[in-house]
Design a protein around this ligand. Structure first.
Ligand code: PLP
Length: 378
């Protein structure tokens, strides 16, 4: 059997990592400003993470959700405290798409409504419900019906009111910052209005913080820059530094019922331990503060005279969720950064480079990246 080939692969195989450094199987060294797609929040092979996971594995790796699991309770308590949603409750699953599926299901159960409002260019995952609210027909099969979904432009409050006032919508799902679209932010004003409209018309406000959450933007969740509160928040990626996990953080207004949501693997002992280790490191090493600080570093470095660097037309994002809109003359820059300068970065389409490094990134590493950038764009 061979692999079902659904990815475009670079011919590089990382086999070892330490903080923001990766080594391939031939011993070549790379710097990781991609974080394995915004997943590696506390750096590769963090000693505390290794210790906690190894100790837990030696005790108990998995048991089912039919029994008590105090690691889950501890994770809910610690996560609530860290993110400021202490009065909410946590449902654990295994991935971002699954977190969004469960969030939309909870919103639909709660309101008794079927429709979901989503945004142009949004990405929420590839399972049936998540892909239905993803504005990309290319990744939606005929089976993935989106008849209950309406897409409106980001930041269009009139369109939001027109739809929500029908009182047919179970919820609105919105990324804290749109990631795969190329790093586009909802404005503070839009989020405040959306919050008001959801309350007014009885719809659940779901914030997808799968890519933008866990401290990446300099606050625990990106929507917290605007000061609004969501009804449901979904999280995954950086939550356990690569150990598969997803979380749905649910308002006390939404009452759980036996059997409403469920999973075999979600919240297993290893996943919870990995997530607890991440919270420890975020706190002990003040990584959310570092994300804010390093975001300012990159913003300043890409605006040398107060204007965007000559190779980009726009710098978008917050903290360490950065989108660089590349000018046409510099097409192919991402590949050159990788193959000539050994920096992993992310992309969004052909003309946006995304920087999604670990929250541990230092000024020394960022400044080495800027040196490489200037060498290639001179
Ligand atoms: C905003 C957002 N939501 C959902 C997902 C889906 O997460 P997963 O791939 O873990 O299912 C992603 C993945 O890139 C994402 O960026």
């Amino acid at each position: 059997m061979d692999l079902f080939k659904v990815y475009k692969l670079w011919d590089i195989e990382p086999v070892r990592g330490l903080d923001t450094t990766l080594w391939d199987k031939d011993g070549n060294e790379y710097t990781d400003l991609y974080g394995g797609h915004a997943v590696i929040s506390i750096g590769h092979s963090h000693p505390h993470y290794i210790k906690m996971l190894s100790e837990q594995l030696a005790k108990l790796g998995f048991y089912s959700n039919a029994v008590q699991n105090s690691l889950q309770k501890e994770l809910a308590r610690r996560l609530g405290k860290s993110c400021g949603y202490e009065d909410y409750s946590l449902f654990l699953c295994n991935s971002g798409a699954e977190a969004n599926e469960n969030a939309m299901k909870a919103a639909s159960f709660h309101t008794g409504r079927a429709k979901m409002l989503a945004f142009s260019r949004a990405f929420h995952g590839r399972t049936s419900g998540a892909v239905a609210v993803t504005d990309n027909p290319k990744i939606r099969s005929p089976f993935n019906t989106c008849e209950n979904v309406t897409y409106i432009p980001l930041n269009d409050i009139e369109a939001a009111e027109k739809e929500l006032s029908s009182r047919l919508y179970a919820g609105v799902i919105i990324e804290g910052i749109q990631g795969i679209a190329g790093i586009y932010e909802p404005t503070d004003g839009f989020l405040h209005e959306l919050r008001r409209l959801c309350t007014k018309y009885g719809s659940i406000l779901i914030l997808d913080e799968i890519q933008s959450g866990y401290g990446r933007t300099g606050k625990f969740f990106a929507h917290q820059h605007s000061g609004i509160r969501a009804d449901i928040i979904t999280t995954a990626k950086g939550m356990a530094n690569g150990f598969p996990i997803g979380g749905v953080i649910i308002s006390p207004e939404i009452r759980p019922e036996y059997g409403m949501l469920g999973t075999t693997f979600g919240g297993n002992h290893l996943a919870c331990t990995a997530a607890l280790a991440v919270l420890d490191v975020l706190e002990n090493e003040h990584l959310i503060e570092n994300a804010a600080k390093m975001g300012e570093y990159f913003r300043a470095a890409f605006h040398p005279d107060g204007k965007p660097d000559h190779a980009i037309s726009e710098y978008r994002g917050k903290g360490l969720m950065i989108g660089l809109q590349i000018r046409q003359e510099y097409a192919g820059l991402r590949d050159r950064l990788l193959f000539e300068e050994h920096f992993f970065t992310g992309a969004a389409g052909a003309d946006v480079i995304r920087l999604l490094p670990s929250l541990t990134i230092s000024v020394a590493t960022a400044s080495r990246f800027m040196d490489s950038w200037h060498r290639l764009t001179r």
